[in-house]
Write a protein that binds this ligand. Structure first.
Ligand code: BG6
Length: 484
């Protein structure tokens, strides 16, 4: 069995990493707009790298240009979207995942009415996608909440943010519902624990004595409630639309077959999946609640919250998959960086230029595990390799390493489908070079399309096709039959 007919091949973007135009069209600043260029971030101390202080936020807001804040300029998708969509259509995209910048619609998050210019922008993008027969897959929240909600309320720790988010989601459903069938609520909902500011606008110093981890779990509960309300509204308003959850699939193997290593790994995997568990099953796993209780974290719930979780479950499960790692109880085991995580090194795997361990078989294992657990259609909405590309004298970019990465992952997807996994589609991260989320680098390139811009923002922004562009075009055209 090969890829099913109608398989949704495409790519994925996020507004904050692609659009630029951070203060254009009435857009308010978002948490992404204060993120600084950090090429030398100590990946082994990820917290120090992503935690934001009020001082750092205030300093960033005094700087009104984009020097040092690459996400403010992105790749200027805001002004280039027609050209970019045309290139995606040329590759044969059936689907494009993109996100709506919340602060383009509600600049501070607190406004009673949405910003018309922001709505109009996305409506034009969606219309153009429909014209090109590209199905939109829209993420409501991808690391870009209004900065004002972070500084005033300490982000999602405050219950009032639920209402502001629901207002935003509703404005999106009202205006874009006629163009969009597939929605995602929170990008990598589990990432709140790893980078609380980016994901939920949490400034640790505002958390007080209870500490940032307690804030994170409270904020997470608010996000899960907001996701439940949003799903319910969507289903009532647009009965044919579907809502998905989105998980970072952090595949972890035991470092050895010592039962202690297996047990610690099992815990890690359960902790990773519990975010999706809540959104699929409509309830918190008992063992997770027990664990939080043991650590002294008490989630404050309001009357009706448990019903909201039950009634607002998702229709499909989406996830990002980049790498795998191992776990061990041995404190001396060598650790290695991954997608904002540190895991124990796997001697059987090679790593990317950024040290992420490449593991195509882990994708197959993840697909089988998630499908068996949830019995819901799956959607791979991020997968790809950040690499340093070289532009040849004639302007071409030869990227056999990228083609190889995708080919190996696609083969494993095919095997999982053959084993009976229901896979709706696949969107690569990212089909066009853009600003990396963690280090804010342009030089960490993911695309099939090269963008002429360096880390400092120099360049013409000209788009050009890499070798992988033609390869992916061929894969899509043959619905995965031709991967040579
Ligand atoms: C995912 C995020 O975790 O990883 C994306 O959803 C991000 O926003 C991607 O870009 C790759 O990470 P990075 O840091 O290499 O851009």
């Amino acid at each position: 069995m090969s890829f099913p007919e109608g398989f949704l091949w495409g790519g994925a973007l996020a507004a904050n990493q692609a659009e630029g135009a951070w203060n254009v069209g009435g857009k308010g600043p978002s948490v992404a707009d204060v993120a600084t260029y950090k090429p030398d971030a100590d990946v082994k101390d990820y917290k120090a790298h992503v935690f934001m202080s009020m001082d750092a936020i205030q300093k960033a807001m005094k700087d009104t240009d984009d020097i040092g804040y690459p996400k403010r300029r992105g790749i200027d998708f805001y002004h280039h979207y027609k050209e970019d969509l045309a290139l995606f259509a040329e590759m044969g995209f059936k689907v494009l995942r993109l996100s709506i910048a919340w602060s383009r619609i509600f600049p501070t998050g607190e406004e009673a009415e949405p910003n018309e210019e922001g709505l109009a922008f996305y409506e034009e993008v969606l219309k153009e996608m429909r014209r090109l027969n590209i199905e939109p897959l829209v993420t409501l929240s991808h690391y870009e909440m209004p900065l004002h909600l972070a500084t005033k309320y300490n982000g999602w720790t405050d219950r009032r943010v639920v209402e502001y988010f629901v207002r935003f989601a509703k404005a999106c459903f009202d205006r874009f519902g006629k163009y969009v069938k597939y929605w995602l609520n929170f990008n990598e909902v589990d990432s709140i624990i790893r980078h609380p500011f980016t994901t939920a606008g949490i400034v640790p110093e505002l958390c007080g004595e209870k500490g940032d981890l307690a804030c994170c779990y409270q904020a997470l509960h608010h996000q899960l409630v907001a996701a439940g309300i949003a799903a319910k509204i969507l289903h009532e308003q647009w009965p044919k639309a579907q809502m998905g959850c989105m998980l970072t699939k952090l595949m972890t193997y035991p470092r050895t077959c010592a039962p202690e290593d297996v047990a610690v790994t099992q815990k890690k995997n359960l902790e990773n999946m519990f975010y999706a568990d809540v959104q699929v099953f409509g309830e918190y796993p008992r063992m997770i609640l027990r664990d939080l209780e043991k650590h002294g974290f008490e989630i404050k719930m309001e009357t009706g919250d448990l019903e909201i979780l039950k009634e607002g479950t998702v229709d499909f499960v989406s996830f990002s998959y980049y790498m795998s790692m191992t776990e061990s109880v041995d404190p001396n085991a060598e650790r290695t960086p991954g997608n904002t995580v540190l895991g124990v090194k796997n001697p059987y795997l090679e790593s990317s230029d950024w040290g992420w361990q490449v593991d195509p078989v882990g994708l197959r294992i993840s697909l089988i595990e998630l499908y068996d657990r949830y019995r819901k259609p799956l959607f791979i909405v991020e997968n790809g390799i950040g690499a340093k590309d070289t532009v040849e004298a004639d302007g071409s970019v030869h990227d056999p390493y990228r083609i190889e990465y995708f080919r190996r992952h696609f083969k494993e997807m095919e095997r999982a489908i053959d084993d009976g996994v229901e896979l709706m589609g696949y969107t690569s991260w990212a089909p066009i070079d853009l600003i990396s989320a963690s280090t804010n680098q342009m030089s960490k390139r993911y695309g099939f399309i090269y963008v002429d811009q360096d880390d400092m923002g120099n360049g013409t922004l000209k788009r050009s096709r890499k070798d992988s562009f033609y390869w992916y075009q061929k894969v899509i055209r043959s619905n995965g039959a031709d991967m040579d």
